[in-house]
Design a protein around this ligand. Sequence first.
Ligand code: BTN
Length: 305
Amino acid sequence: MKKRILEMLQKSSRPLSGPELSRELEVSRVAVWKHIDQLRQSGHEIESTAGGYRLVTVPDTPFPWLFGPRSALIHYYPELDSTMNRATELARAGCPSHTVVVADRQLQGRGRMQRQWDSGEGGLYFSIVVRPALPPRECPIINLAVALDLVATLARCCGITARVKWPNDLLVDGRKIAGILSQMEIEGDQVAFVNVGIGLNLNNEPEVADKPAVSALQLTGEKVNRAQVLADFLQRFETRMATFSRREVLRQWRERTVTLGRQVTITTLRDDCEGLAVDIDDEGGLIVELADGSRRTVFYGDCFH
Ligand code: BTN
């Protein structure tokens, strides 16, 4: 019912009265009033004017009912150890593709290469379970697609131009604004699911660990509505996956990266290599030209340039 009241208030260009809402929704005026009161308590600013109720702002907290038809797929928690853990549990229990786990804070936020991810109040921390119809070795392309959609969301919602650094950091003037961590589970030779974890520095002040970091608030001086940022991203990502084109992902990635054409050092779990980043291959591996002219493709590691 709250969802329907919100939809009506959002769509209407004028205030809606209690009797109007109660007629349309076929509930009593007292019930309408109670739902309005609950919406206010959960952070919606709803003005009572002579003409009725007017929605002023929606909450920043990503409550599921804010996501319209997608709401059943959103699992919101004020606090978790890591959204990765909860998303893995849901995925193993058979949740549908595009299930999202989002938390306001993480006590054990994880980054790539066994690092921690600073997950204080104000950031956006979520994991998406994807069940792609792709063979395992082709799945890293999903991370590139996520990075591109995050770039578009940051541009649309915050007016920020971010670039992608291989494998999938988002940088603004060399400082990290978002990171992506993904885990894949395989059954036989099929992908059971990919759990893509995304950390976006929005209204938080990220701790500078080994690499410089920055948030949208620090860049623009303005707070952004985290629920709207998540909704914008989910819409883009769903559309991209429904109309998936590897060629298009690779084309866009090449256009928006800061890595290609740079002298890079790649640290993998096995060894390090240095050279010129010349391209990415069809599976998202970075092609590096070494000092002796030979080429090596790297699929996992940390990149410094
Ligand atoms: C990185 O750049 O090292 C990846 C960071 C990924 C952080 C996100 S926050 C949501 C999800 N839950 C986690 O514990 N990690 C990812």
